[in-house]
Design a protein around this ligand. Structure first.
Ligand code: FFO
Ligand code: GTP
Ligand code: MG
Length: 468
């Protein structure tokens, strides 16, 4: 649950650990008396002032820059005080403690506490206030967290674009077109005798078709953005000694997993996130799949299946030097049968033929032939992985969307399809069409948070880091 939104709050805004500068930030309704206690003078709005930050005895805790942003012209929309101090864990803790202490002190001028109720902020609470005070919408607030968490340049750039409001503006454009259509339909419902004429004249069908196309476009870019943010999980599976660990190492460009000629080397799952054109791929190397009497190996095989069941794509690795041996091929066929049985529909299984360097020239096989040892064919595999992930390298206009946004857009598309059905059926079901359009708008509004349940907000903001 989120804490009370009216309390003044304080937190260290910079990353934990040592740094040249560290910032303590306070947000609340009336910070003047607190400023007086800490800085011993009033601060000019939005101007950096170098001064000592004072403790209760008038001694400096640190010397730094104080910044005061009077409401509503601040990040949160409330009064904000920033103490930009030296970046040490202890000095910043001392400053937070000093803020709490000064807030509780009685102000000589008023006879009341300087800042009643000041408390340490919950994670995400500064951004939550910015949202509640209309400084940013929900999609932008999420973009702040995504920008901070971005692990690739492409992810950071598209989060920056969402933060600037580009994603929200597209959602607003869709919403405006939707509202226009709703007005048309609702007006027709109010004047039933003119119905056909009205909708035809305004080309309601054309408007709806155009809107569906726009939603499809945004959906596509949001899906790509979600991919950039979340990536996909790729599991390397196959018989012992196929070269699974060698392949993980080749993809990662590092000796992460133990490679040996002993069949059954890998037992624990070894996972690594690699990037291909900025798309994060979470790759897992697993134990070779075979019947075993070794207890530890059995556990390894069970873990491998556990990984496979959670995969977005499986690389089924085969040893080309043994692919024509009847027993080997039969074991592969059995593994494939189990893969099909255990994998949800739609999860691709890509055949990868390893040890091409050591295999005699072969007839072409479905899938990709490569050598984890020499690196031959690895680039082809990387491109194929991008394709499997659904990456289409849209060069411009990506937003770092979340699964939540993709889901909401799918709902919008579903309701619009419903509306189109009712529109085709005409008079009998115009009220049903109106309802579908209303539901479509609700789903759109959920993205920017202009309509949304409190629990949804709680989930989003509680995942922020403290002080954000
Ligand atoms: N020192 C510091 N750097 C920071 C932040 C901060 O809080 N403190 N931010 C925190 O995340 C980000 C910047 N976000 C901010 C957003 C709005 C305003 C602000 O003062 N807005 C006013 C005035 C706008 C204007 O002059 O154009 C407003 O919206 O009315 C400040 C910071 C990144 N860098
Ligand atoms: N010639 C050749 N040998 C390879 C290649 N890839 C792997 N090997 C060798 O095949 C053997 C097994 O490689 P690993 O990567 O340990 O195989 P694995 O599939 O992880 O095996 P388990 O962990 O036991 O299931 C090692 O001796 C590797 O050096 C390759 O592309 N060419
Ligand atoms: Mg291995």
């Amino acid at each position: 649950m989120l804490a009370r939104t009216s309390d003044p709050i304080v937190a260290i805004a910079t990353a934990p650990g040592r740094g040249a500068v560290g910032i303590v930030r306070v947000s609340g309704r009336q910070l003047g008396p607190l400023v007086q206690a800490l800085c011993a003078r009033p601060l000019k709005p939005r101007e950096a002032t170098y001064l000592p930050f004072l403790d209760g005895g008038g001694e400096p805790v640190d010397h730094g820059l104080a910044l005061y942003f009077p409401a509503p012209h601040s990040f949160t929309g409330e009064d904000v005080l920033e103490l930009q101090a030296h970046g040490g864990a202890v000095v910043l803790q001392l400053l937070v403690a000093r803020c709490l202490e000064a807030a509780a002190e009685v102000d000589g001028a008023t006879g009341r506490a300087r800042l009643p109720g000041l408390r340490v902020a919950e994670p995400g609470e500064f951004s939550q206030r910015a949202f509640l005070n209309g400084k940013i919408d929900l999609a932008q607030a999420e973009a702040i967290a995504d920008l901070i968490d971005a692990s690739t340049e492409a992810a950071a750039r598209s989060a920056g674009r969402s933060l600037s409001g580009a994603f929200s503006r597209e959602i607003h454009t869709l919403r405006d077109a939707l509202i226009h259509l709703r007005m048309l339909v609702e007006a027709t419902l109010d004047f039933p005798e003119e119905e056909i004429d009205f909708l035809q004249k305004a080309d309601a069908v054309g408007q709806l078709v155009a809107l569906q196309a726009q939603v499809a476009g945004v959906q596509q870019r949001a899906r790509q953005g979600a991919l950039l943010r979340e990536g996909i999980k790729v599991v390397i599976a196959g018989q012992p000694n196929a070269g699974k660990s060698s392949l993980l190492n080749a993809l990662a460009g590092a000796e992460l997993a133990i490679v040996s000629a002993v069949a059954g080397t890998t037992r624990d799952v070894v996972s690594q996130t690699i990037q291909i054109q900025g798309v994060p791929l979470h790759v897992a190397d697993t134990a070779g799949l075979r019947e075993s009497t070794d207890e530890v190996e059995q556990i390894g095989v069970a873990r491998a299946w556990g990984q496979i069941e959670g995969a977005d794509a499986v690389l089924f690795l085969h040893d080309l030097t043994r692919a024509d041996v009847a027993d080997y091929a039969a074991a592969d066929a059995e593994i494939l049968r189990l893969l099909r049985e255990k994998l949800p529909a739609g999860v691709p299984v890509l055949d990868v033929w390893n040890k091409q360097d050591a295999a005699p020239a072969q007839a072409a096989r479905d899938g990709i032939a490569l050598s984890a040892r020499t690196g031959e064919g690895i680039e082809t595999l990387r491109q194929e992985l991008l394709r499997l992930a659904g990456w289409q390298a849209v060069p411009e206009g990506l937003y770092l969307a979340r699964a939540r946004h993709v889901h909401a857009l799918a709902q919008v598309a579903g309701h619009l399809a419903g509306a189109a059905g009712h529109l085709a059926a005409r008079a009998q079901s115009l009220d049903l069409m109106a309802e579908e359009l209303r539901l479509a708008q609700n789903a759109l509004n959920e993205i920017t948070g202009e309509f949304g349940a409190d629990d949804l907000l709680g989930v989003i903001f509680s995942r922020f880091c403290i002080g954000k």
